[in-house]
Design a protein around this ligand. Structure first.
Ligand SMILES: N[C@@H](CCC(=O)N[C@@H](CS)C(=O)NCC(=O)O)C(=O)O
Length: 203
């Protein structure tokens, strides 16, 4: 049986959807968390693109979190059953990821004045815009992100949700009932439920 090792920092963020997919599939994995301050400089040079997450499986080193997630989603049966279904799921993930990129653009802005301006715009326009759109997609799909059923798009949103809330400086599901439903359904799913109960409490 394949033994996986996920290497990432001691946070949820890009690593968490992968941890959830591994847990959903009941795949045997080591959750290897690097201490950024102490150890990252030495690990970074050994990473294929100088970044994490990476997933090791029987000697194969995989990187790029979305590529890893798609691989696992296929493996555990949370992708589509044909190219059109795959498109629907990928489309939802891309929408979520566009939201993440907007938040990260402000969060990681180095110039303090520019950062404040970016956050003002985020709070006034970008965050409500994306959350309304995402909530509408979840409403159309009966509390899921695609195909009216549980797919890895739901896992992606749920895995990222605490990190997105942290960057948005607000609970992103608080006023969006359909997004809340996606998260509630996902964390009640066998495999993921047990993972969420035992995972380190570090967003
Ligand atoms: N596109 C990559 C981005 C990976 C990425 O941005 N990783 C960050 C952590 S979230 C990282 O390794 N940062 C440390 C560095 O770049 O030195 C993916 O999705 O895997």
């Amino acid at each position: 049986m394949t033994k996986y090792t996920l290497t990432y920092f001691n946070v949820e963020a890009l690593g968490e959807p992968i941890r959830m997919l591994l847990s959903y599939g009941n795949l045997d994995f080591t959750d290897n968390r690097i201490d950024y301050e102490k150890d990252w400089a030495k690990f970074k040079t050994a990473m294929p693109m100088g970044q994490v997450p990476i997933l090791e499986a029987d000697g194969k080193v995989m990187y790029q979190s979305l590529a890893i997630s798609r691989y696992l989603a296929r493996l555990v049966g949370l992708y589509g059953e044909n190219p059109l279904e795959d498109y629907e799921i990928d489309n939802a993930v891309d929408n979520i990821n566009d939201f993440r990129a907007k938040l990260a653009g402000a969060q990681y802005e180095q110039n303090a004045v520019a950062k404040e301006e970016k956050f003002k715009l985020l709070k006034a326009e970008t965050i409500p815009y994306f959350l309304e759109k995402l909530d509408a997609i979840a409403a159309e799909n009966d509390g899921h992100f695609a195909l009216k059923k549980f797919t890895w798009a739901d896992v992606y949103f749920t895995g990222m949700s605490n990190y997105l809330s942290l960057m948005a400086q607000q609970d992103i599901t608080a006023n969006y009932q359909n997004l809340k439903k996606v998260v509630e359904n996902t964390i009640a799913t066998p495999g993921i439920k047990e993972w969420v109960e035992k995972r380190p409490k570090k967003v």
